[in-house]
Design a protein around this ligand. Structure first.
Ligand code: ARG
Length: 604
């Protein structure tokens, strides 16, 4: 158990034992008020519930605090608790307890982090791009946040199933099929199928926009486009018809779809490979095509949905707009396949929770979906929309290229790696003894640093906020960035290279950990807090709890490194103990970054 969890446990017992007070359901809520102290003068942890409790019982909070402390058994963990101010209970963990836990972490692959007491089964739905159009900056968030949650939950011992719900069946295929029939450049298609499909998609998109009511004025300046637009006046309805006939199983359209899909899949796989992301399942929208009619029939039969002006809708209590599951023309919708997906997942994976890591703009869709799923009888499963904000450019507007197009994901990765390469080269050139890295090593490190920077920049944001995309900020050597963490890691590892210390031998040597100076103690305590950070990260599905933790860890390490000589420590015992603290720091950073899907390098 983490120290915090242990403290909560002890307080739970003390609170339940309080005479004349029945706290029943409130205990867990009160226990949430045990927090780490922000100022070490007030101990390591603080219990702040005597104030609300005193108010409830109409008694002075200090008196309530004293009564709780009387019932509290923490002698083995803490120095005697102190009551401060209006009734704060300050707790300072005994050095002996810290040293013991650190020693246990040293000898443990899991760094002493326990698995969840009650493992659950999670289906995590993330990435899910609409294929056949190039992946863009918006996809990075879902992919990276989902992957981090997947890794964290797995590490905590939960059963996790990742499912990439590809948009592989939508209107974009009607668009591409239309484009293929009318505008195909055969040679370009042979050379680069995905590139040509993307071009066709863009072109059809532009032509449809041209005819749309609120078309961007710019398109009218282009004579070729104007000419094509005049020749394809009904492109909007023609595209819908192509999509509909695909869905109905039209032989030619299905054949084209089958022809396009492998290339589209390859395209996104290349990006996943570069990002180091893989999925247990990729059951896209197309997978559910022949299950949609049954869903609608079932909803109708059970009175959950009803016909309205030829369409089929689910009217939901508290929602003004109904959820449409079949259009007047008989077409099924995104919502229909999502309902089929819920059913499939429940029947095949029987999860305790399904997490949807999707843009906040789909909030209403998920409210509808979850409410309908409840009506369908899926009452117990946790359904959560892990929503996230928009990626903004430095001008504070949604991130676009100069010409106003969305930024392709691949170009983004290339640029981050390109800039990382410059940073790595400059750092290496500036080394006192001259450069140490070969061209190949530099290249490998740049890829890791560049991709890591991009991921970390995203993960370190409060996911619900929009965030400002900036290469300079994400690659900064100082600050809450992957580069800083990777650099900290490499620095710690270099101590071992310099001191030619044998890490493996040290880990099994049983060397006691000494925490006599404040900086050693603070580092030791922070090392033991990883479990708390992970608990917080899954509580609300927020990977930034982990990045915050790592950043604080790096900070504690800096202070330690400045004030506590390691290789030149005053005695051998102190040197060994400090080396162990260094080793644990490196391992903790490495594990933390790994759970965020980020690699480290031994030298940079
Ligand atoms: N393909 C969708 C989009 O790009 C996201 C799908 C999210 N997952 C889901 N089960 N609805 O907007």
């Amino acid at each position: 158990m983490s120290i915090l969890a242990e403290l909560k446990d002890r307080f739970r017992r003390a609170l339940v034992d309080l005479p004349d007070v029945d706290l029943a359901e409130d205990v867990e809520e009160l226990l949430e008020l045990i927090r780490r102290s922000t100022d070490p003068r007030f101990g390591d942890y603080q219990a702040n519930f005597a104030m609300p409790l005193g108010k409830r019982l109409s008694r002075p909070p200090r008196e309530v605090a004293a009564q709780i402390v009387e019932h509290l058994e923490v002698d083995d963990l803490c120095d005697p608790p102190e009551i401060a101010g209006p009734g704060f209970i300050n707790l300072r963990i005994k050095n002996r307890c810290l040293a013991e836990r650190l020693a246990a972490a040293v000898g443990d692959q899991r760094l002493g982090i326990p698995a969840a007491a009650r493992p659950r089964t999670y289906v995590i739905d993330y990435s899910a791009p609409n294929v056949a159009k190039p992946m863009h900056v918006g996809h990075i968030r879902s992919t990276v946040i989902g992957d981090a949650l997947y890794k964290i939950l797995s590490f905590l011992g939960h059963q996790t199933i990742s499912d990439n719900h590809l948009g592989d069946w939508g209107t974009q295929f009607g668009m591409i099929i239309y484009g293929f029939r009318h505008f195909l450049d055969e040679q370009a298609y042979q050379r680069d199928p995905v590139g040509e499909l993307a071009r066709l998609y863009q072109l059809v998109r532009q032509l449809m926009d041209y005819h749309a009511k609120d078309q961007p004025a710019a398109v009218h300046g282009d004579p070729t486009l104007s000419r094509l637009a005049a020749e394809h006046k009904d492109i909007g309805s023609a595209v819908l018809a192509e999509t509909a006939s695909l869905h109905e199983g039209d032989e030619q359209n299905v054949r084209l779809w089958r022809e396009f899909m492998p290339a589209c899949q390859q395209e996104i796989d290349r990006i996943y490979q570069r990002l180091g992301v893989r999925f247990d399942y990729t059951l896209g929208e197309s997978f559910y095509n022949d299950r949609l009619q049954a869903i609608v029939d079932d909803l109708l039969a059970r009175g959950i949905a009803r016909e309205s002006e030829g369409a089929v809708c689910v009217f939901l209590e508290g929602h003004e707009i109904p959820m449409l599951v079949r259009k007047q023309d008989g077409a099924f919708l995104y919502a229909t396949s999502d309902l089929a997906t819920v059913r499939y997942r429940m029947e095949h994976f029987n999860p305790d929770a399904i997490l949807y890591v999707v843009d906040h703009r789909q909030a209403l869709h998920f409210e509808h979906l979850f409410a309908t799923a409840r009506l369908m009888g899926y009452g117990d499963v946790e359904l959560t929309h892990v929503s996230f904000g928009t990626v903004l450019g430095e001008d504070g507007r949604p991130f676009k290229t100069r010409s106003g197009e969305t930024v392709g994901l691949e170009g983004l990765l290339d640029e981050a790696v390109h800039r990382a390469a410059q940073i790595v080269a400059a750092g290496d050139d500036a080394k006192p003894g001259g450069p140490e890295l070969s061209a190949d090593e530099r290249k490998r490190i740049a890829e890791i640093v560049g991709i890591g920077a991009l991921k970390y920049a995203d993960l370190s944001q409060n996911r619900t906020s929009d965030y400002l995309f900036s290469y300079d900020k994400m690659l900064a050597m100082n600050g809450n960035t992957a580069t800083y963490m990777q650099y900290a890691y490499a620095r710690v590892r270099s101590i071992f290279a310099k001191g030619s210390a044998d890490v493996e031998a040290l880990r099994t040597s049983g060397t006691p950990i000494l925490l006599d100076s404040p900086a050693e103690r603070a580092l030791g305590l922070q090392l033991l807090r990883m479990a708390e950070a992970l608990d917080l990260a899954v509580l609300d599905y927020r990977p930034n709890q982990l990045t915050n933790y790592l950043f604080e860890l790096a900070d504690c390490y800096s202070t330690f490194y400045e004030s506590c000589p390691v290789l030149k420590a005053e005695t051998d015992a102190v040197r060994q103990s400090r080396l162990l603290l260094c080793d644990l720091t490196a391992r903790t950073i490495c594990k933390g970054l790994e759970l965020l899907g980020i690699d480290v390098v031994e030298r940079m």
